[in-house]
Design a protein around this ligand. Structure first.
Ligand SMILES: [Zn+2]
Ligand SMILES: [Zn+2]
Ligand SMILES: [Zn+2]
Length: 260
């Protein structure tokens, strides 16, 4: 079984999930900061359609207020009020949810205040709007208040670092093997041989580091460099339509030293 084939098995997918959960869906090097720096974020703001949970509104408090995003099959159950949604425009989808985390306590305070106060302000707004002519100044004040709360929340979000966020899920994370043992399948390693990394940190590590390869008696066979083209992945999933995406430099062998 080739390495890319191993990564396509149920056994590997289940092992992968175990490690992702253990690491809290966080890159253990950058705590998802590199991953999320390229994504848009905002608050969950309701479903787009009454009978479907596959598309949501996201309130990003920006000019592009209330973005719409689709959710990959099976992930809708993890999205609820008081979550922060990370999304990006992707081919085929207009915008897709890639990660979800809980609000931290600071955010939650403001969010509760914001959400609660917002409901009151909306009620007051409707009440006064019936008499728009007489209540113009009240309405202006309400709108100002709403805007202030929005700014308060946005500011907090911009200033904060990612470190202690509690992630519900994050797509696109990699599992790195710290060493290899010949004849062991990818999923047969002990959990402590595996670690969650984002794509950027994973690639950086493979570019810099050699990997130790052991035989079945745990004797070091050698230190190998990862293939310079696929950086040890052996495969390019986005090119799966061409030769199953297998790297043409190493043919899925993954190490420079073993390419013949
Ligand atoms: Zn990272
Ligand atoms: Zn790796
Ligand atoms: Zn390669």
């Amino acid at each position: 079984m080739t390495y890319p084939e191993q990564l396509d098995t149920i056994q590997w997918k289940s092992k992968r999930l175990t490690i992702l959960k253990r690491d809290g869906y966080k890159c253990q090097n950058c705590l998802n900061e590199k991953l999320t720096s390229e994504l848009d974020k905002g608050l969950f703001a309701g479903y787009c359609f009454p009978n479907s949970k596959e598309a949501i509104h996201i309130d990003n408090f920006g000019t592009d207020n209330n973005m719409r995003a689709g959710i990959k099959d099976g992930y809708a159950q993890y999205i609820h009020e008081s979550t922060v949604i990370y999304s990006r425009k992707v081919p085929k989808w207009r915008r897709m949810v890639l990660g979800v985390r809980k609000l931290d306590s600071l955010e939650k305070n403001i969010f509760d205040k914001y959400a609660k106060k917002n409901i009151e302000l909306n009620k007051e707004f409707r009440r006064n709007f019936n008499n728009y002519e007489d209540n113009t100044s009240v309405i202006t004040k309400i709108l100002e208040e709403k805007e202030n709360r929005r700014i308060e929340f946005t500011k907090l979000n911009i200033e904060k670092k990612n470190s202690n966020y509690e992630w519900i899920f994050m797509l696109g994370l990699h599992i790195h093997h710290k060493y290899y043992i010949n004849q062991l399948f990818a999923w047969e390693y002990k959990d402590d041989a595996l670690i969650t990394l984002c794509e950027t940190c994973h690639r950086d590590l493979h570019e810099k580091q050699e990997v130790q390869v052991y035989n079945n008696e745990y004797e070091l066979i050698g230190k190998y460099k990862y293939c310079s083209r696929c950086h040890g992945a052996g495969v390019f999933p986005e090119y799966s339509h061409v030769d199953n995406g297998i790297c043409f430099r190493c043919k899925g062998i993954r190490y420079e030293e073993l390419i013949n």
